[in-house]
Design a protein around this ligand. Structure first.
Ligand SMILES: [Zn+2]
Length: 397
């Protein structure tokens, strides 16, 4: 059992951690403490599991100081955000214990020097690149390859949140779903980018990580400006032929096209297939692409609508932040319901971006004048219709 004073200590540690790394505040709140009876030395690092539980022994919480507990909370949430469990390269069989220790050291070396301001010393049992005799700034995979197979054991164990292999203290509790974990990661990365935009200091490892997380696999900015140009050319052809004649100023600047009209921003509706056949991983990929589309159209302008759809369409969400995205669904598939919902909005969208595994019936005809881009999330799923532009994304399964 953990008494009220110890829970107070826990809360104080979490507040301190959020204060030291404000961009991790949301992720720290997503950690779910699970009390483990008794006290085992194995629990000295407050190990996590892939469902974002952290295992708390009363003895360890009592023994460690608030700054120490705070350090381990930031440490564990970093293992989870950086998906060290999914990245575990070792064996799950015979040499497993040795590989687990080596990966624990490698993952710790990747993250520990990103965790605390220089003024605040690391706990004595933290692993840094320096104490392994290796350079700073590598990834866990690079440290793994540089470490000997029989690397010394770290002091303590970071748990299944570090390598995905079950521990004795792990409970089979419902945890954060992979899609929610992904949204938490996107939100954390967005906070890091905001700090960087405000010229605030962010450790190098976090800067690199945020860049990777926020990087959609499609260049939406280029894609959408191509759509805008196409829409302008169509409008010009329909309405005003003289518009296409180059102006005299343009003639004086060969090769330069002067904007004769204010560049219109396209109204975009993203349709997300949330039927049962679409995996959590594909939905996570779709979320990253939505973040990319949102950046391309400009956040805060209410130009992006998202409609999730399985066999029926769910209420439209006008998004300013990807962390507000709700992925409702889970039933059978008929994306035509989503198309009908998108096209019934007034004014109708200029562009529909449909993200799906392709296992759906499609509208028989293209919805002119709205243009359609189909994003296929599953390389072995169904095809897109011939009348749509198709984009394949990587790493979605
Ligand atoms: Zn660790």
């Amino acid at each position: 059992m953990i008494g009220p004073e110890l829970w107070q200590k826990w809360s104080a540690a979490r507040v301190r951690a959020a204060h030291q790394a404000p961009y991790l505040a949301g992720a720290l709140l997503a950690l779910d403490p699970v009390v483990v009876p008794g006290s085992a030395a194995d629990l000295r690092r407050f190990p996590a599991d892939p469902g974002w539980h952290v295992y708390v022994g009363a003895g360890e919480l009592d023994r460690q100081s608030v700054p120490e507990v705070g350090f381990w909370l930031v440490h564990q949430v970093t293992h989870l955000l950086r998906e060290h469990a999914r990245r575990y390269p070792g064996s799950t069989m015979l040499t497993r214990a040795q590989d687990q220790r080596r990966w624990n050291l490698a993952a710790d070396a990747e993250l520990d020097d990103d965790l605390l301001p220089e003024t605040s010393p690391l706990p004595a049992d933290a692993t840094t690149p320096a104490c392994l005799g290796l350079p700073d700034g590598w990834t866990a995979e690079q440290y793994w390859h540089a470490l000997p197979e029989n690397a010394p054991a770290p002091e303590g164990d970071c748990g299944s949140g570090c390598d995905g292999l079950p521990r004795l203290w792990d409970r089979d509790l419902p945890g954060l779903s992979p899609a929610t974990a992904r949204l938490t990661a996107l939100d954390t990365a967005r906070r890091i980018r905001e700090r960087l935009n405000a010229q605030d200091d962010v450790p190098a490892g976090w800067r690199r990580w945020a860049g990777q997380v926020l990087e959609p696999s499609v260049n939406w900015r280029r894609h959408l400006s191509a759509e805008v140009r196409r829409g302008l050319a169509q409008a010009a052809g329909r309405v005003d032929h003289t518009y296409r004649r180059p102006s005299r100023r343009a003639a004086a600047l060969p090769g330069v096209v002067l904007p004769s009209l204010r560049r219109p921003l396209p109204r975009v509706t993203v349709l997300i297939d949330t039927s049962g056949s679409v995996t959590e991983g594909m939905l996570a990929r779709a979320s990253a692409e939505v973040a990319g589309v949102l950046r391309a159209v400009g956040a805060g302008r209410r130009l992006l609508t998202v409609i999730t759809s399985d066999a029926r369409a769910y209420p439209p969400q006008v998004l300013d932040r990807v962390s507000d995205l709700r992925l409702t669904g889970g039933g059978g598939t008929d994306l035509r319901a989503g198309f009908a919902a998108a096209l019934s909005r007034r004014p109708p969208p200029d562009l529909i971006i449909a993200m799906t595994d392709g296992r759906t019936p499609w509208p028989a005809r293209p919805p002119t004048p709205t243009r359609v881009v189909v994003v296929l999330l599953d390389p072995s799923g169904g095809p897109a219709p011939e009348w749509a532009q198709t984009v394949h994304v990587r790493g979605a399964t």
